[in-house]
Design a protein around this ligand. Sequence first.
Ligand SMILES: [Zn+2]
Ligand SMILES: [Zn+2]
Length: 289
Amino acid sequence: MERSKVVVFLHDFLREKKGDYDVITHDRHIHTPFCPHGSSDPLEAYIENAIDKGVTSITFTEHAPLPNGFTDPVPTKDSALSPDQLSLYIDTCYAAKKTYAPSIEINIGLEIDYIDGFSEQTAMLLNTWGHQLDDSILSVHFLQVPDGSYHCIDYSREAFQSLISACGSIKKVYELYYKTVQASIEANLGQFTPCRIGHISLARKFQKLFPRDFDDTPLIMKTLETVRDNNKSLDINIAGLSKEHCRETYPPLRWIEKAKEMNIPLVYGSDAHTANYVGTSRDEVARFF
Ligand SMILES: [Zn+2]
Ligand SMILES: [Zn+2]
């Protein structure tokens, strides 16, 4: 008895000590100068920022070209990489991967959009390019509303407002969003279907402007169960912390804790669209890793 008590104590002590440090040394959600709505910071600046911050492994996850036949619903039409840039993006990442191999592990990836009604086209894209990718994320940014049209959930407050009008209420927007995320988790997009689900609470990006008059706990809980049941991992995305109308991680901390309890693999992602954002706020979520 005495002996096992000491072991428990030592274990807790070590964990506590570990908690003093930033233990996350990866960042698996990073955009690049190829992102049409991002910054023009050079790829090298992203990599060097990661190295400076003690990040030893990164994944570039540029927004994959939108599926054939899908029209980008945002007014600036700049949600994703244009199809003719994809090959250059991969080649550029591959060259960086080789150049920087002695200092940092670089994975080549994409953030793939899951869009209701476009799974076949998305699978085609993955079947064409998937063998060149090390890693990828499946995210929902676009929702198909009852009249059949598509809306972007995170583009602007005006776009969110028009989504509310199209759905009928904030609650209906959340229900549609989580239903679509759950469909993304269960989607079969072929042999290169991404294993990781991106920012699963993006519906909360404008929560301070559009407060909920309902509890979204059951929606998030069901989403986590779907992630677990389909053996997916979770993008622990800190980008919402710096969004003035959100101010929390995707998903919020209590749900990260829940996901950990459910043994869902957690993967930190900064969702950096500028070089200096790589690896930020790791200490906010380090205790869950
Ligand atoms: Zn982006
Ligand atoms: Zn995203």
